[in-house]
Design a protein around this ligand. Structure first.
Ligand code: HEC
Ligand code: HEC
Ligand code: HEC
Ligand code: HEC
Ligand code: HEC
Length: 182
């Protein structure tokens, strides 16, 4: 045996290593496509228009619910339909190329298929009205500096269960499993 052994076990080892790599990769890809794992490992998202929050929120002084229309009244917040943009952009407001693209999309009635980055899995119950109106928590506490951003985030760090629990413990709110999982 001796010199013979490595060559015999070599294909097996490669096979095992390959299978392990394959399993790890598919598991990893599944986790990533579901939005799990660290934010920097998730694939970057491209939105249909390079929307500029800073310009609309700070320069034009628009309230968040101009576009996120249900944030104070419903559980969900929602991303704006093209009709909301059309209220101002049916006619060009400026000279930027990105706005030109938007005006064309409005004229062609192309829907704006925004990709939702913050969405939680379906087993989680979360209500914006409850947190924003009842508890009066500022948007930035959970969404960071998005109001000051000039282009859409490529990826975000979503709230994890431990983030929800940390605040609930601090504010003496329910930490029963069934409060958030219904
Ligand atoms: C003029 C319309 C408009 C206004 C006003 C606006 N937003 Fe947005 N918001 C958008 C659009 C369009 C997107 C999707 C593209 C992007 O991520 O930039 C978005 C995305 C977001 C997202 C990411 C959601 C996700 O799941 O990816 C958050 C969080 C958000 N906005 C918070 C705010 C807050 C907080 C304010 C007020 C300070 C605000 N927005 C004001 C249009 C608006
Ligand atoms: C209440 C009016 C209003 C609404 C609603 C509105 N915008 Fe604007 N938007 C403006 C104005 C005014 C400008 C400034 C034009 C300039 O200075 O170049 C602008 C600029 C822009 C620009 C180009 C400037 C830049 O810095 O990128 C884009 C792109 C844009 N808006 C996208 C959107 C989208 C997408 C929506 C809907 C989610 C939207 N806007 C909703 C008024 C509005
Ligand atoms: C206590 C934390 C918290 C606060 C405060 C908060 N949000 Fe959210 N936001 C969330 C969570 C959690 C989600 C994901 C909800 C889901 O999956 O339905 C979310 C999702 C969103 C989305 C994405 C909606 C979509 O369909 O993709 C927008 C836009 C948004 N929030 C805007 C706001 C605005 C505007 C405010 C302030 C007026 C605000 N949020 C305050 C936690 C918060
Ligand atoms: C920054 C603090 C904060 C964060 C973060 C937060 N919450 Fe809350 N949450 C509150 C407060 C305060 C209340 C109580 C509001 C009231 O008075 O009704 C509350 C209430 C709730 C309730 C109602 C509880 C009940 O007893 O009926 C649910 C459900 C809930 N939150 C889910 C979530 C989920 C899910 C997340 C994470 C995605 C989250 N919260 C993150 C502060 C927070
Ligand atoms: C304040 C809200 C809140 C409470 C209370 C809460 N959870 Fe969660 N839970 C979440 C959120 C948000 C997620 C999704 C994000 C994540 O996976 O971190 C989640 C995810 C989970 C998951 C899925 C994890 C995964 O990897 O897919 C399990 C299992 C779970 N929770 C069990 C529990 C149990 C058991 C309790 C009670 C001891 C509990 N949760 C209490 C908010 C909550």
């Amino acid at each position: 045996m001796g010199a013979d052994e490595p060559s015999k076990s070599f294909p097996l080892k490669v096979g095992v290593a390959f299978a392990a790599f394959f399993l790890a990769t598919t598991a990893g890809m599944t986790a990533l496509s579901l939005g799990g794992g660290p934010a920097f490992l998730r694939p970057a998202v491209r939105q249909p228009i390079a929307f500029n929050h800073l310009k609309h929120v700070k320069d034009l002084d628009l309230a968040c619910n101009t576009c996120h229309v249900t944030v104070e009244t419903e559980t969900f917040s929602g991303l704006p339909a093209v009709e909301i943009c059309a209220g101002c952009h049916a006619e060009p407001q400026g000279t930027s190329a990105e706005e030109k693209r938007l005006v064309k999309m409005i004229q062609d009635q192309t829907p704006l298929a925004w990709v939702s980055l913050f969405r939680q899995p379906p087993h989680v119950f979360y209500s914006h009205r409850r947190h924003v109106v009842v508890a009066k928590i500022p948007c930035a506490e959970c969404h960071g500096g998005i109001a000051d951003s000039t282009s859409p985030p490529l990826r975000v760090r979503k709230l994890e269960m431990k983030d929800c629990l940390a605040c609930h413990e601090r504010k003496k709110v329910s930490t029963d499993c069934t409060a958030c999982h219904r």
